[in-house]
Design a protein around this ligand. Structure first.
Ligand code: 13P
Length: 249
C-alpha cells in the first residue's frame, strides 16, 4: 500500500508572530499547492492562530509542538489539547527528544499525551530515537522498539494507523550530521516491524514513519526514497525557503 508522504517542519522555539507571518508568506507560494505530500508546520503556541489563518486555502496544515495530558485546570504554564484543537491544529508533536531531555518527559508521559491527542482528534507525531552513546552501545533497536510500544499503549489499531512516528537520532539533531540513508532506513524498518507485531502488518503498513535529524534540501530526496521512510520532521531547515525544496523533493 502506498503511504502518502508527510513532511513536517518543527519550528521549535523560533519565530515571533511577526516573523512567523513572514515565513509563511515566503513558503506558501513555494509549497502550499503540493498535494502529493502532507505538509505540516509545527509552530510555537503563540503563532498558531495566525498560522492557521495564513495557510487557509493551501494544502498546509498546522501542528503544535506539545500538549498537556489533562483536560484543564490548575496546571500553570501548560496548554490543553482542546485549546490547540479549537485554535485549528490538526497535528501535535509528542515526546520530542528535547522535551524528554530538558523537561523530563518519560515514555509513560508520552503515552498519556498520545492518548489525549487522540481524544481530541489530533494526529500525534510521536518522536523516538537514541543518543550517540546508546547507538555505540548497540541498544538502538531495543530502545526504539520500547519507546514506540509504550507511546502507543492502549491505542487501538484504528487510531494507531493515523499516527506518525518520527525517528530522530539525537546525535543527528541540529548537528548537521545526518544519519545515512541505510542507518535511517534500518531503524524505520525496526519501527515498522514492532508496529506489525503489535497491530499486524496491514495496520503497520498504513502508519507513516518519518526520519528527522539534519534533513535538508540536499539529502531529503534520497532519505524519503527509502522503503520505510515516509517523509521527514525538519528542524533548522524548516525556518527558511529550503523547506519548500524539502517538501518538493
Ligand atoms: P534539525 O533538522 O535541526 O536537525 O532538527 C530535527 C528535529 O529535531 C526535528 O524535530
Amino acid at each position: 500500500m502506498a503511504r502518502k508522504k508527510i513532511v513536517a517542519g518543527n519550528w521549535k522555539m523560533n519565530m515571533t508572530p511577526a516573523q512567523a507571518k513572514d515565513l509563511i508568506e515566503t513558503l506558501k507560494p513555494l509549497c502550499g499547492a503540493n498535494t502529493d505530500k502532507d505538509v505540516v508546520f509545527c509552530v510555537p503556541f503563540i503563532d498558531i492562530p495566525l498560522a492557521v489563518e495564513a495557510v487557509k486555502g493551501t494544502n498546509i496544515k498546522i501542528g503544535a509542538q506539545n500538549l498537556y495530558f489533562e483536560e484543564k485546570g490548575a496546571y500553570t504554564g501548560e496548554i490543553a489539547p482542546a485549546m490547540i484543537k479549537e485554535a485549528g491544529c490538526d497535528y501535535v508533536i509528542i515526546g520530542h527528544s528535547e522535551r524528554r531531555a530538558y523537561f523530563g518527559e518519560t515514555n509513560e508521559i508520552v503515552n498519556k499525551k498520545v492518548l489525549k491527542a487522540y481524544e481530541h482528534d489530533l494526529v500525534p507525531i510521536i518522536c523516538v530515537g537514541e543518543t550517540l552513546e546508546q547507538r555505540e552501545q548497540g541498544i538502538t533497536e531495543e530502545l526504539v522498539r520500547l519507546q514506540t510500544k509504550i507511546a502507543l499503549k492502549d491505542v487501538d489499531a484504528a487510531k494507531a494507523e493515523k499516527a506518525v512516528i518520527a525517528y530522530e537520532p539525537i546525535w543527528a539533531i541540529g548537528t548537521g550530521k545526518t544519519a545515512t540513508n541505510e542507518q535511517a532506513q534500518e531503524v524505520c524498518g525496526w519501527i515498522r516491524n514492532v508496529l506489525a507485531q503489535v497491530y499486524g502488518q496491514e495496520t503497520a503498513d498504513k502508519i507513516r514513519v518519518q526520519y528527522g535529524g539534519s534533513v535538508n534540501a540536499g539529502n531529503a530526496a534520497d532519505l524519503f526514497a527509502m522503503p520505510d521512510i515516509d517523509g521527514g520532521l525538519v528542524g533548522g531547515a524548516s525556518l527558511k525557503a529550503d523547506f519548500a525544496a524539502i517538501v518538493n523533493a
